[in-house]
Design a protein around this ligand. Sequence first.
Ligand SMILES: [Zn+2]
Length: 139
Amino acid sequence: MATSQALPLARQRLAVDLYVPRQVNPLHELGILFNVVRSVENFAQKNGVSQIDTLVLQIGELSPVVPQYIRACYPAAVDGTLLQDTQLKIEIIPGNALCRQCQKVFNLLKHPHGCPHCGADQWEVLSGKEFMIKEIVAC
Ligand SMILES: [Zn+2]
């Protein structure tokens, strides 16, 4: 019986052009996925993994990577690679900010113009810019 094993990829950050302005261009996501595939294949080779069941990505709400394009491009990007026939799981990381004035946390997508608690327009982004390979689940 096969046991599956989750292999964290050390929350590996990918060297992709994440901070370019958001563009509606699925080719952007396809290019990112090619980098993901390359990273996973390198990781699998180093760790003696020959079969992968699931790939888990984390995508921040504030990152320019569009999850629906990642999903749409996935089958094409993994075709003929080690990730062919694997499941893709995407975890969304909320785009949260800390208000510099009242120190409360709020969601930047829901409140793009400032803090909903005190109205201040100065904040620090806490999370949501991530794009990471969280883990692969080996067969
Ligand atoms: Zn505030």
